[in-house]
Design a protein around this ligand. Structure first.
Ligand SMILES: C[S@@+](CC[C@H](N)C(=O)[O-])C[C@H]1O[C@@H](n2cnc3c(N)ncnc32)[C@H](O)[C@@H]1O
Length: 335
């Protein structure tokens, strides 16, 4: 199995796979780890993995044409006995840290498209070059280039749901992209008329993201709101400490957001107050692990009886595409 992650976080992914008993690491490089494990679709939820290529084939060759030719042969053989009736995803990925590798993989992609069209034109026409949304298993063709002479390819992946999001020029911060990505992972987003408490809101990227969907936001932060969050009629700015903030008696927010640069354990205690108190229905919380042991924090979330995940019908912890030294917790409370 080949796991991909954000470049620079391979060691954390390695530690996570060891902690989950996923077997020996055979090789690694920028943004990937190859594991001995053959777990099929029963992969445990992983925070630092963006994608798992299950039982991938390794294709090496001295040229673009050699690699594309072998890939086409293998792909055609893998289709035997399978009927492709609808659109199917074809996804190409190369670590951006290796200059020119993306261009090289693009050339393999072009040559593969020519070969596939010649050989299986109906299947080629149904190819959709986009990553499926959401988390969990998916089928299609997924290709990852580790270097100029080698790719890994598979028909089956497990998706963590991380993806690059489109920016919005009115968004007051880059943080905006994180909450956009978090909604895609949860499979749910604020709806018109829903209510949001945004704790540590300034300059207002997350508040803006909710308000742009028609939700009403209370943005709690002593700092100023900016850009599309400033003077937004759907955003009420409260300049106060977010830790003691709570809903009025009998009130329940639809969403609680929290993106404070604070000790993550203190933030977790706050989140537990919100989930135990049933003060919200859904949450998006970013935990900064720059000054702490990220794996120990993850273990607390996954295994402690005091974890907010205990109160959830659905929850995911992910190192987002747009996260740095932080990971993001999304969840919906059990009714
Ligand atoms: C990373 S920024 C939030 C960015 C925001 N999510 C966005 O999209 O623009 C962290 C914010 O947390 C706020 N913060 C830290 N501690 C806080 C506290 N105790 N109460 C309220 N805000 C706090 C800081 O003032 C800062 O504006």
């Amino acid at each position: 199995m080949l796991l991909t992650c954000q470049s620079g976080f391979e060691e954390l992914l390695r530690a996570e796979t060891t902690a989950r008993g996923l077997g020996a690491v055979l090789a690694s490089g920028a943004g990937w780890l190859q594991l001995e494990a053959k777990l099929g679709m029963e992969l445990p939820e992983l925070c630092f993995a963006q994608r798992a290529l299950l039982e991938p084939v390794e294709i090496a060759g001295p040229s673009v044409n050699a690699i594309a030719g072998q890939l086409c042969e293998w792909f055609a053989a893998s289709l035997r006995g399978e009927k492709i009736e609808g659109a199917w995803p074809i996804v190409w990925q190369a670590p951006i840290e290796i200059p020119g590798l993306g261009r090289r993989l693009g050339a393999v992609e072009d040559e593969f498209a020519v070969l596939l069209k010649k050989r299986l034109s109906r299947v080629a026409k149904l190819a959709t070059p986009s990553l499926p949304r959401g988390t969990g298993p998916a089928r299609g063709l997924f290709v990852f280039a580790t270097d100029f002479g080698r790719i890994f390819a598979t028909r089956s992946v497990w998706l963590g749901g991380q993806r690059r999001m489109a920016d919005d020029s009115a968004a007051p911060s880059r943080s905006y992209l994180k909450t956009e990505e978090a909604f895609a992972i949860l499979g749910r987003e604020p709806a018109p008329g829903e209510t949001v408490a945004d704790l540590g809101a300034a300059p207002g990227g997350w508040s803006y993201s909710a308000a742009k969907r028609g939700a009403r936001v209370v943005a709690v932060d002593n700092g100023p709101l900016k850009g599309g969050a400033l003077d937004n009629p759907l955003i009420e700015h409260r300049m106060e400490d977010a830790f003691p903030f709570r809903p009025a008696e009998g009130q329940r927010y639809d969403w609680m957001f929290c993106d404070m640069v604070e000790d993550p354990r203190r933030v977790l205690e706050l989140v537990v107050r919100w989930t135990r108190g049933r003060w919200c229905r859904h949450f998006v919380v970013n935990l900064k692990f720059g000054h702490t042991d990220a794996l120990a924090l993850l273990d607390t979330l996954l295994y402690s009886s005091e974890s907010p995940l205990r109160d959830c019908a659905q929850a995911h912890v992910r190192h987002l595409f747009h996260d740095r030294e932080e990971f993001t917790l999304v969840g919906s409370l059990a009714e």
